[in-house]
Structure formats: C-alpha cells, structure tokens
Design a protein. Sequence first.
Length: 247
Amino acid sequence: MSERELHADCSRCEALCCVAPAFAKSSDFAINKPAGTPCRNLSGNRCTIHERLDASGFHGCVVFDCFGAGQRLTQETFGGSDRSAKPEMLELLPIMRQLHELMWLLTEALRLDEAHSVHGKLRDALASIDHLAAGSPADLRALDLDAQRRRVNPLLQRASELARAGIKGRQDHRGAQLIGRKMRGADLRGASFRGALLIGADLRDADLRRADFTGADLRGADLRGADLTGVLFLTESQRRAAVTSSR
Ligand code: SF4
C-alpha cells in the first residue's frame, strides 16, 4: 500500500463523496442536498467549482478527505463494473473510509523512530486492515469497525506515548473540551489532544512540537505562527479546517 493510495485521487474515483453524503445548508455547505443525490456542482465526475470551493460556500468539501477510499472502491472493489454498481459504492464509502483512516494512522505511527519497539505490531495491524479493505462488498458490509478500532487504538496510543516520552511536563488534554480556549504562545510540546474539541481555540505561536492531534476537532482553531514540527497524527483535513498562515 503506497502512501499515494492513502490520499484522495479524485481522477480515479467516481466522485462518490459528491453524491453519498447529505448536506445541510450551513457555513460549510451553501445548499441542502439529500444523501445519494449528485451535488448540483458536479459535471460528470468533476467538480465545476473546485478552484473556488471556499469562496462559493463549500468549505465542508475543502476539509473532507476520504484517505483514498473513493478510488479504492472505484478501481479495486468494483474494478471493471459498470455504473450500475454506484449505489453499492456509495453505501460502502463510509466503511472503506474508516479502514483507510486507520491505515493512514498506522502508516504515520510507523514513521516514529522512538516507537521502533512496536513497529512489528504496527506493520501486522496495517497488513491486516489492508487485507480487510480488499474484501468483497459483502465482506466489507459485514465488518465490525468498532472492533477493528479497539484493536488498533491501543497500538497507536503506545506509539504516541513512546514518541512523546522524552518531553518532560507534557500536558494531557485527551477528550478535553477546549472550544475557544486561549492558549496563545503556550508551551504544549508533546501534549495529547487526542479526541479534544479545539474548535475556535487560539493556538497562535504555541509550541506544539510532537503534540498528538489524533481525532481532534480543529475547526477554526488558529494555528498561525504555531510550531508544528514533528506533530503527531495531524491530517491534511484537520489542517485545512484550522486557520493557518496559508489560509
Ligand atoms: S461542491 Fe464540488 S467538491 Fe463539493 S460536493 Fe459539490 S461537486 Fe463535490
């Protein structure tokens, strides 16, 4: 499984994420759209407003990442099928996306030199999830995703602990409600923000080296000037949801 396959490649997908979800008109979506119907901005498999999603009121699309699930369903699970398979692809997109997200997290953990003692287990888990993702539509539908998460999460947490072990006084904000919290310039090296709600938090100029952001909600969090060197498990979609100097 190459790194490229754990990132969306819309050119190899049937635009599944532009059809499968329901949209509720909000700051993230400019329109209401029922689940399973094509977005009005779709032409064939291409988004006609791709270059101006934010300006057009579709920030929700900017921050979405399928981790390569869309192209795997299109090319592998349903490879060679005609378009009549599309309703089934839509149904399986959330399942494949969760499997690919776990694979992305495991791949990130394997980059951590300090976690070398668990690299063998991480590689085994990655191969096992990849094998599940290669199953038939019926196999995928029958999967117990919670059980897979329960199996993989302790390994990811162990890798994170090993990577942060050398940082004294690191803070633990796992699952914390930090909505709008002012932490500008704070020393948060090696902090755990696993599953934390950081919506609108002020993290400008904070020292976030080696902080763990697994599953943290960073919508509107201000990361301008923050040091994110060696940060753990921060996805591209989390970065796009936050305020950074590039946005
Ligand atoms: S706005 Fe573009 S990217 Fe978003 S759902 Fe519609 S077609 Fe897809």
